[in-house]
Write a protein that binds this ligand. Structure first.
Ligand code: TRP
Length: 335
């Protein structure tokens, strides 16, 4: 068990969409239900403040993301599910790690470098609108990970560098103060689909091409109808591997249904019909969780109570770790 501690965070700066579901929520819940792992899943609301500075958005997103995970079947008896900001030891550890982090390494973080590059290209001062939050973001993330001595961090490609930085920081800390941290590794699951969005690019909030996870049936139909297709007429054979409609179908369908749709494409299924079937398939799977999701949104105190239980469990780990680490750096009672 001890080699299999899995941890991941979800930034609370938006509404969950189908890409989040297929790429992160569904595989995480499935893995946690096998009982093979000790899972830590949390709402990264401190991370949200780096990109979202609208308090209502951060607050609402926290509720929506928590409700989505719960509605989709997360079993909080089997996993530790908590909100980052309920763990005061996280910012405390962040500082202890900050003092062991090379500034040069932070200069190389993709998110920060990308922002500097964009400023330079726009002819602006290179630091324009760049906060210390963005600059130090990988250290906060390292604290999230190292706090719970997690081994495996399931993340998307864009986050691999951050996990490597957490590993680097842990190594440096261990070297200087003694072995306190497990060295984490990113886990990229090749079986997990990266869903295409309405325009065929990766479904992502930053591209504005997402399909929100819990829409009304009417709206879900509308969104699916907006998925980009080509001009091929009914009866003309279509290439499934070049189609976002088929790609999304694949993420929800059984092997048999995938094979059937492949031959429907070869037989020239009309785009309207393919989309109608896609709607039926997706809607069928989301119907029940949608009801539970809407119920939870109406009962935020219930969600809050679940998070408080999670916080108690998480703090059982974090308070012990931080006590040890404080002592190791020389912050301890006199005499
Ligand atoms: N930064 C991650 C993201 O934007 C979210 C996150 C915060 C995270 N802390 C984490 C992921 C710790 C894994 C482990 O996707």
């Amino acid at each position: 068990m001890s080699e299999k501690r899995v941890l991941t965070g979800i930034t609370t700066s938006g509404t969950p969409h189908l890409g989040n579901y297929v790429g992160a929520i569904r595989p995480a819940i499935e893995a946690s239900l096998t009982g093979e792992f000790e899972s830590f899943f949390f709402l990264a609301d401190y991370h949200a403040l780096i990109k979202a500075q609208d308090p209502n958005l951060v607050h609402q997103s926290t509720l929506e993301i928590a409700a989505a995970w719960l509605a989709l079947g997360l079993d909080t008896d089997k996993v530790i599910f908590y909100r980052q900001s309920d763990i005061p030891e996280i910012p405390e550890l962040t500082w202890l790690l900050t003092c062991m982090t090379a500034k040069g390494m932070m200069n190389r973080a993709h998110a920060y470098k990308g922002a500097v590059q964009a400023n330079i290209e726009a002819g602006e001062d290179e630091d324009m609108a760049i906060t210390m939050g963005l600059f130090s973001y990988p250290i906060l993330m390292a604290a999230d990970i190292l706090m719970f001595n997690a081994h495996k961090i399931p993340v998307g490609r864009d986050q691999i560098q951050h996990v490597e930085m957490a590993r680097d920081i842990a190594q440096r800390f261990n070297h200087h103060y003694g072995e306190h941290f497990v060295l984490p590794a990113a886990q990229l699951d090749d079986d997990v689909a990266i869903l295409q969005g309405l325009d065929g690019r990766k479904m992502s909030k930053s591209y504005g091409n997402t399909i929100p996870l819990f829409l009304t049936e009417k709206k879900l139909k509308k969104y699916i109808n907006k998925i980009k297709t080509n001009l091929l007429e009914p009866g003309e054979p279509k290439d499934p591997d070049d189609s976002a409609v088929f790609q999304i179908w694949q993420a929800f369908a059984s092997q048999g249904q995938i094979a059937e749709m492949r031959s429907e494409f070869a037989n020239g299924i009309a785009w309207g019909e393919a989309k109608r079937q896609l709607f039926e398939l997706v809607n069928e799977q989301l119907k029940e969780p949608r009801e539970e999701y809407l119920r939870l949104l109406e009962n935020p105190a219930e969600v809050e109570a679940v998070l408080q239980v999670g916080a108690v469990k998480a703090r059982d780990h974090s308070s012990k770790l931080v006590a040890k680490v404080r002592s190791a750096v020389g912050i301890r009672p006199l005499g």
